[in-house]
Ligand binder design. Structure first.
Ligand code: ADP
Length: 490
């Protein structure tokens, strides 16, 4: 570590590979790595979920905090551990009554929010703020505390009035998740009464942890330039657009990068065969065959020649799942496509996809659940990738699919608009085309884009050119990590 390196405390509720529910987990893994490589001195603070603690070998107790919870004082141990996947120390808030439980970090097995989420993330934030002030006297006081999403929104608020405090940066990964809680929670948690105002954390009669982060952080970022603009409008602002317009001076959009080592089709250990832009076949074809053989007793020529359309992701309205559910039967009827989906989310969508797969067992392949390996294999084995999100703060899957030679079909919004260039005769010619972008938010818009893609797929030379353009895009962290470092120093 360079002397004088910036000390950054990263505070988040998930980090790949320890605990991940979506893109947040990927970014909380890959961004600190990129910052570390550029000389930053980091600690990553996470809640001590059971699933996380189970993966740790040796931990050291850094100290204890007594923190205000919903019913009184709760004690939390701060643990430090080294983990093979992280070149810097991990710090854990170990508070068993709040975090030692099975399953998902935010929701119960039935899919509803943990009823004590307000307390869980208020206590986590109190611990983070204390560490931001080096209250355990560890001799490591951060220059910057960088917080992510509503689960950490109270951290900048707790730090705001503290003397000699670090700079705070708050990153919005998805404005749709606001961390909304009741006035009763606010009182029970004994949050400072001066926060209770429309200029503070109050939001529609309750309070929002996300709003707290936006109001009290020194700098607010979101994960793509287009999304930073969109969230300042009523259509995308979830009632916070007025506030976001008011804090525009401290709001910026920094595009997420991807981890180009974990997501590299020429080395990816999850894949049965490897390939690169200069030699896409036969590697990609072998991936397609392996993927199909997971679902079919025998893979015939017809299946190999038919375009395989893939999708991976959370099955929620945001991701345009209803459009996909309406479009697939039309495409099955008018073309020879096959469709493969990996995802989990709303029970209704899970059910509908499962039904569709039952109706078309030789053409629609559905896996409900979470499976890192299969996610990589779909990115590599499919021919075309669907990501028609209604809104998308950044989106990682479309960048993975570009890198894997699987052109994405996306709606023109947020990070999708910032990372995918539509295919037209001109963009194919000037080598800027990478995928298929539609700008009418409807099933017809999606169908039209997929049909354009399928037409090009039948022209192998042009298709290969499109794949190569996408695979050669650079989505690594260099530029964006430099932006964050500038912001830390501002
Ligand atoms: P979001 O953060 O909104 O879920 P992103 O595209 O930004 O969407 O990131 C999603 C990340 O989670 C990607 O790494 C994707 O591969 C992964 N992912 C989503 N659903 C699944 C799943 N069912 N199985 C495996 N990985 C998944």
């Amino acid at each position: 570590m360079k002397r004088g390196a910036k000390k950054i405390l990263f505070v988040a509720s998930e980090a790949y590979p320890l605990v991940k529910t979506g893109g947040l987990g990927d970014v909380v893994y890959s961004l600190p790595h990129a910052l570390h490589e550029r000389g930053a001195d980091l600690r990553l603070l996470l809640p001590g979920y059971r699933a996380l603690l189970r993966q740790l070998d040796q931990v050291r107790i850094l100290g204890w905090f007594d923190l205000r919870g919903a019913e009184g004082i709760v004690s939390a141990r701060i643990l430090e551990t080294r983990h093979g996947d992280f070149p810097f120390p991990l710090w854990i808030v170990d508070c068993p009554p709040l975090f030692d439980r099975p399953g998902n970090p935010y929701v119960t097995a039935a899919g509803s929010d943990w009823p004590d989420n307000a307390e869980r993330f208020a206590v986590f934030a109190r611990a983070a703020a204390q560490l931001g002030l080096d209250a355990l006297e560890l001799g490591w006081k951060p220059d910057v505390v960088h917080c992510h999403d509503w689960q950490t929104g109270l951290v900048p608020a707790f730090l705001h009035a503290a003397p000699h405090r670090p700079r705070t940066v708050f990153t919005i990964h998805n404005l749709a998740y606001g961390g909304h809680f009741s006035h009763t929670d606010f009182v029970r948690l004994q949050l400072p009464s001066q926060w209770w105002s429309p200029e503070g954390v109050e939001f529609h009669g309750g309070f929002s942890m996300l709003k707290a982060g936006i109001v009290y952080a020194d700098a607010v970022t979101t994960v793509s330039p287009t999304y930073a603009e969109e969230i300042c409008t009523p259509a995308f602002g979830y009632g916070l657009d007025g506030l976001l317009r008011a804090v525009r001076h401290k709001l910026s959009g920094i595009l997420n990068g991807i981890d180009t080592r974990l997501w590299d089709p020429s080395t990816d250990p999850h894949l049965p065969a490897h390939y690169s832009p200069n030699r896409i076949q036969p590697g990609k074809r072998r991936n397609k065959e392996a993927l199909l053989s997971r679902f079919l007793p025998a893979v015939n020529d017809a299946a190999m020649q038919a375009p395989l359309v893939g999708q991976v992701g959370r099955l929620v309205e945001q991701k345009g799942i209803d459009w996909v559910l309406a479009a697939i039967p039309v495409l099955l009827a008018e073309s020879d496509i096959r469709f493969v989906l990996l995802g989990s989310g709303q029970a209704m969508y899970e059910h509908k996809f499962t039904q569709l797969a039952r109706q078309h067992p030789d053409r629609v392949f559905v896996e409900i659940g979470y499976d890192e390996t299969l996610a990589h294999r779909i990115e590599a084995g499919a021919d075309l990738f669907l990501m028609p999100s209604r809104f998308e703060p950044c989106g990682l899957n479309q960048m993975y699919s570009l890198r894997y030679g699987t052109p994405p079909v996306v709606f023109k919004t947020g990070g999708l608009a910032d990372t995918v260039v539509d295919t037209t005769p001109e963009t194919l010619d000037d080598a800027s085309a990478t995928g298929f972008v539609f700008d009418t938010p409807s099933v017809d818009g999606l169908l039209d884009a997929i049909r354009r893609a399928l037409a090009l797929y039948r022209k192998p030379a042009l298709w290969r050119r499109l794949q190569q353009h996408g695979m050669r895009q650079s989505f690594d962290w260099s530029e964006s990590a430099a932006h964050y470092l500038e912001l830390y120093s501002a």
